[in-house]
Ligand binder design. Structure first.
Ligand code: GDP
Length: 142
């Protein structure tokens, strides 16, 4: 099963992409596709459409377009739930010790990593960054 992670612009800017990727690999995730992306405002708005009505939406879009981010299609058993566990709570202050956000995140908004929150979301979000044909070539499965 595949899920989508994004190492967010704060973490890429801080030179933490490699450490975070190593953390994910050590947790049993295999990289099936990777792309360094500089999201346009339209792309970030579409990706976070579900949050459009939230007070932090504009700020989130500005943050997510502030620099390159590393989108990853990750594979392992029970990938969606397992990745959510590995990244920790949205606010690093609430995240469990040893999680990616506890270790590497700066704030509730600049929280180092995104992970899909359900199987349906994962399918949509993986397709947002990686066309299915490309994933098949790379040996991923859905
Ligand atoms: P996630 O699934 O843990 O990433 O959390 P959400 O789906 O609820 O929120 C999406 C993203 O919006 C988070 O990862 C944060 O970057 C940002 N965010 C969430 N809640 C807040 C908030 O209360 N304030 C601000 N400034 N940003 C937030």
């Amino acid at each position: 099963m595949l899920t989508l992670a994004i190492i967010k612009p704060d973490a890429v800017r801080a030179g933490l992409a490699g450490k975070i990727l190593a953390h994910l690999e050590a947790a049993g995730f295999a990289v099936r596709a990777a792309r360094l992306v500089k999201l346009s405002p339209a792309q970030a708005e579409a990706f976070y459409e579900v949050h459009r009505a939230r007070p932090f939406y504009r700020s989130l879009v500005t943050f997510m377009t502030s620099g390159p981010a590393l989108a990853l299609a990750l594979q392992r058993a029970d990938a969606v739930a397992q990745l959510r566990k590995v990244i920790g709570a949205t606010d690093p202050a609430d995240a469990e010790p040893g999680t990616v956000r506890k270790l590497y995140a700066e704030s509730k908004e600049q929280n180092a990593i995104h992970a899909s929150d359900s199987a349906e979301t994962a399918a949509r979000e993986v397709a947002f960054f990686f066309p299915e044909a490309e994933l098949r070539e790379l040996g991923g499965s859905r």
